[in-house]
Structure formats: structure tokens, C-alpha cells
Design a protein around this ligand. Structure first.
Ligand code: SAH
Length: 481
């Protein structure tokens, strides 16, 4: 191959990588080209080259893919947030399904995954090989409206070349602020809130934070909205312990409909971590409230809460359906976070046990159980791979159903081993990384579990992320009920 750095070449995009970059091939050499979509013919400039693959910058779309659309957001390319805006939403969904399917086949070595339109359509007894009964791969749950779905945004503050206060997003992989107060994934009320914060800063001589000099006060604004309640929270992250003339800010923000909680967070560290540990309340109860399904959640500036509540409800309802509860079951919810799934399950189970490593999340989970009057849940702080084996060895705990919702790295082997030993009838696996999902499903499939069905859910439209929920059944043994 005779392409050198900075050479411009033409290539057809044949595939897309896991993280949404276009993939083209020239003489067997693979090019990753961000912002190019499958089906495009593009001109690209070679930027960085390794032995068998390289990265190139998209210069010009020579022939657009039939699935290419004009990104709605004017700064889609500079801002690192959306990788797939140039692909039609329909194709984004197909891309995500394909990614999960491919991982099941390649990493999980399942040769029996069959696309099925619904739960009932006959997928035959296809046993394409060694993997047993066919696995039903159901259609992805897409969004009705893939814009303005995020209930949370964190805007960095800085200054532009003319010394004006700006806010927006960091450009991909950098800390340069791209001015944009109206990210199309966020709610419309973000813009007037940011305008009010900027006006307050100008009026009261409050400077934005400068990372290089570690001076200036306002670092970020965290804005959260309860989609079902309309309640809004604003929390300014500051490099100091006090906000000057805070009443000017509070009075101005209160004019926004739904404003429920105003606070600031003290973060004086030289760090990329956005939020500081201490929160100082300026107005309201210190939290907002929202609902997923019928379950009420109290959200404070530091609590975790799913950012797309509409799709979360679909995903967790599916997990609940797959759990197949009738009211008498004992259920373990591993990696339970603030207990979103646990509280969902508790409505239909006899008893739910949640396990989570972050103590603050468990404090929220307990609080959320209390405000909903849910008494049949119990939460443990600790690692799933430690708490579960310990409880199993010592207490001989039992489970009819185990639900897991691990972080990207998937489940620890010790945790999977204990699940196998506990031998629940069903395992429901909720995953945000289909590669580790496929690995873990293979592990369980080799130890007595059959994958029955798989369904993806799009929680993060225009990004390359996809969530998946899977039902596994224990293979029927003799003397089983
Ligand atoms: N279902 C949860 C979100 C799960 S995200 C909710 O809706 O709130 C994955 C969670 O696993 C995170 O909360 C993370 O803190 C937790 N976690 C990470 N490693 C863990 C481990 N080894 N054991 C238990 N929990 C863990």
C-alpha cells in the first residue's frame, strides 16, 4: 500500500466499527473514518497508520450513502457526543442490532440465533448446529422520538477568544469548549437556564473556571429534569466555597417554570471529575422527584439516575416480563445501582435482594424503597462477586430468578459461578456491552443455561451504544418441578 500520512484517497465505506466509525478497505488495508457512514464513497486524509489499519479524516462525501442524513445538530462533527447523527435513525437501529447479533455469533459462538418479529412467530426447531434450541432475537425497541431524550446535562463554562463567557460541550477527546447551549439530545429549557446563569455571572462579576490557571469560579452547570413531573434541578459546580450574591441567581432561575432545586457543589480539585463531594443547597428541598413506571425516585445532584427515562421504562419492563414473576419468587438483583430494577421487580415478587458496590447508591435505593412503601426489598453494599458467594456459602441463600445489570466489563467469573451453583430457574441479563454479554452468556450456556431470547433497546440514540436484555432458562433436569 502506498498511502502515506496526509495523503488523500477515495474509499467506499463497507462497514461500521463498534464505536460508529466508517470502515473502508484498500488493498486489504483497513481504514477507520469517523463521520463516514456505511454505503458512502468518501475522500479521506490519512492521519495515523498502523501495520494493518489506520485512521483517516473525512474530507468529502463523494457519493452519499442512501442512509446518510444531514445531521440536525450544527456542531455534530466537532462535539464528541453523537457518533451516528449522519445515519438515518432507522439504520442506526439496524446497526445496533447487527452489532449485538455479531457479538453473539463471534464471541458467544452461538450458531442458533434467529431473528423473530415477535414472541409467538414460529422460528422452527432450527438447530443449526451444536447450540441447541434456537434463540429468539426480537426487534430492537427504538425511540418514538430520538431527540431531546436526555434528562441530564452537564455544561462546562469557559471564555471564548473575545473574553465572552461561553458554555457548551467539550470537543471530542479534548477540553476545548464548543459553544452550544441547545444540544438536541437535551431538553429545551437548558438554553434559558444557561442564559440566566451567564447573565448572573456578568452582572455579579463571576468568572468562569480556567483549567490551565486553576482560577475562576464556575466550572459546570448540572441540569436535571423529571420528565414525568416537570421538576427541574440546577447545580453549579464551583471552584470555591461560596457563590457571590447568590440571591440574584436564585431569583432569576426561579422564574423558569418547574424550577424545584437550586444548589452548588464545591469542587476545588485539579481534576476531570465534574462534581465535587459537598453540595450546598440554595433553594428547594435538595432534590427533584421523577417516576419510572409507577415507582417514584428522589434524585439529588449526586445520585445516579438513568438519563433516558422513557427507554429505561421499556428496558426494565422487559426485564420484569422476562423474570416471569407470579408473586411468590425470591429474586436477586445484582449490580442494582439505586435499585431501579429491584423496585420494579418488588412489585411482583415475594422478596428482592439488591447488591451494589457504591454505598451512596444503596442509600438512595433504600430511600426510594421507603418513599414508595416497598418493604419486600433488602440491599447489600459490596461486590456482587463477593456478596453473592458469601451469602450462598454462609446463609445458603436461594433464588428463583437472578437479574444482573453489570457495568461494561460484564460479570465476574466468581459471580457467574455462584449463579450456576444457586441454580435459579431463570437469569435475566441486562447489558450495556454486547461483547462481555456474549462472553458471559457462553459461560452460562456451557453450564446448564439455555438462552431463550434477546432484545435490544436504544437508550442513547445517535451514539453507538446499545442496551440488551436476555432471558436464560435453566435446562430441565430430572426431579425438577
Ligand atoms: N440497574 C441499575 C444500574 C446498573 S449500572 C440502576 O438502574 O440503577 C451497573 C452498576 O454496577 C453501577 O451502579 C456500578 O456501581 C455497579 N457495580 C460495578 N461493579 C460492581 C460489582 N463488582 N459489584 C456490584 N456492583 C457493581
Amino acid at each position: 500500500m502506498d498511502i502515506k500520512k496526509n495523503d488523500v484517497f477515495t474509499v467506499q465505506i463497507e462497514d461500521m466499527s463498534e464505536d460508529g466509525a466508517g470502515i473502508g478497505k484498500l488493498d486489504g488495508y483497513i481504514w477507520f473514518i469517523k463521520d463516514a457512514v456505511i454505503g458512502d464513497v468518501v475522500e479521506a486524509k490519512a492521519m495515523k497508520m498502523k501495520k494493518s489499519y489506520g485512521f483517516a479524516r473525512l474530507m468529502k462525501v463523494v457519493e452519499p450513502s442512501p442512509h446518510r442524513v444531514e445531521p440536525k445538530c450544527p456542531v455534530a462533527r466537532q462535539c464528541g457526543g453523537c457518533q451516528l447523527q449522519a445515519l438515518s435513525y432507522e439504520e442506526q437501529l439496524k446497526f445496533k442490532e447487527q452489532k449485538v447479533y455479531n457479538n453473539l455469533v463471534r464471541i458467544g459462538k452461538f450458531d442458533n440465533v434467529v431473528h423473530a418479529l415477535d414472541e409467538t412467530v414460529d422460528i422452527g426447531a432450527k438447530s443449526a448446529g451444536s447450540c441447541g434450541k434456537p434463540i429468539r432475537f426480537l426487534p430492537i425497541m427504538g425511540m418514538d422520538e430520538p431527540w431531546r431524550y436526555r434528562n441530564k446535562a452537564q455544561f462546562p463554562f469557559g471564555k471564548d477568544r473575545n473574553g465572552e463567557i461561553v458554555t457548551g460541550f467539550y470537543a471530542g477527546r479534548t477540553h476545548d469548549i464548543i459553544e452550544n447551549e441547545d444540544c438536541l439530545l437535551g431538553v429545551e429549557s437548558n438554553r434559558p437556564i444557561l442564559d440566566k446563569i451567564k447573565s448572573y455571572m456578568k452582572q455579579c462579576g463571576v468568572e468562569p473556571y480556567d483549567e490551565e490557571t486553576h482560577r475562576g469560579l464556575v466550572r459546570h452547570a448540572l441540569i436535571r429534569v423529571g420528565f414525568k413531573t416537570g421538576e427541574i434541578m440546577v447545580c453549579l459546580v464551583i471552584n470555591g466555597i461560596k457563590l457571590p450574591e447568590e440571591s440574584v441567581l436564585v431569583d432569576s432561575l426561579k422564574e423558569i417554570e418547574g424550577m424545584t432545586s437550586i444548589s452548588y457543589s464545591v469542587n476545588r480539585d485539579k481534576t476531570n471529575v465534574i462534581m465535587g463531594k459537598d453540595i450546598v443547597n440554595l433553594y428547594g428541598p435538595g432534590y427533584i422527584t421523577d417516576y419510572i413506571g409507577d415507582v417514584k425516585y428522589r434524585i439529588s445532584p449526586l445520585s445516579f439516575y438513568q438519563v433516558n427515562p422513557v427507554q429505561t421504562e421499556k428496558l426494565y419492563s422487559t426485564a420484569l416480563e422476562y423474570a416471569g414473576l407470579t408473586g411468590g419468587e425470591t429474586v436477586w438483583d445484582l449490580y442494582c445501582g439505586i435499585g431501579t430494577i429491584s423496585l420494579f421487580l418488588a412489585q411482583k415478587a415475594k422478596k428482592v435482594y439488591g447488591v451494589e458496590i457504591v454505598p451512596e447508591a444503596i442509600a438512595d435505593a433504600r430511600e426510594n424503597a421507603k418513599i414508595n412503601g416497598i418493604n419486600n426489598v433488602e440491599f447489600y453494599v459490596g461486590k456482587a462477586e463477593e456478596v453473592l458467594p458469601e451469602q450462598y456459602e454462609k446463609e445458603g441463600i436461594y433464588a428463583d430468578v437472578i437479574v444482573v445489570d453489570p457495568p461494561r466489563k460484564g460479570c465476574d467469573e466468581l459471580c457467574l459461578d455462584t449463579i450456576v451453583k444457586m441454580s435459579p430457574k431463570r437469569v435475566v441479563y441486562v447489558s450495556c456491552d454486547s461483547a462481555t454479554l456474549a462472553r458471559d452468556l457462553r459461560y452460562l450456556a456451557d453450564r446448564g443455561y439455555e438462552v431463550e431470547k434477546v432484545r435490544c433497546c436504544d437508550m442513547f440514540g445517535h451514539s453507538s451504544h446499545v442496551e440488551t436484555v436476555v432471558l436464560l432458562n435453566r435446562e430441565i433436569k430430572k426431579n425438577d418441578d
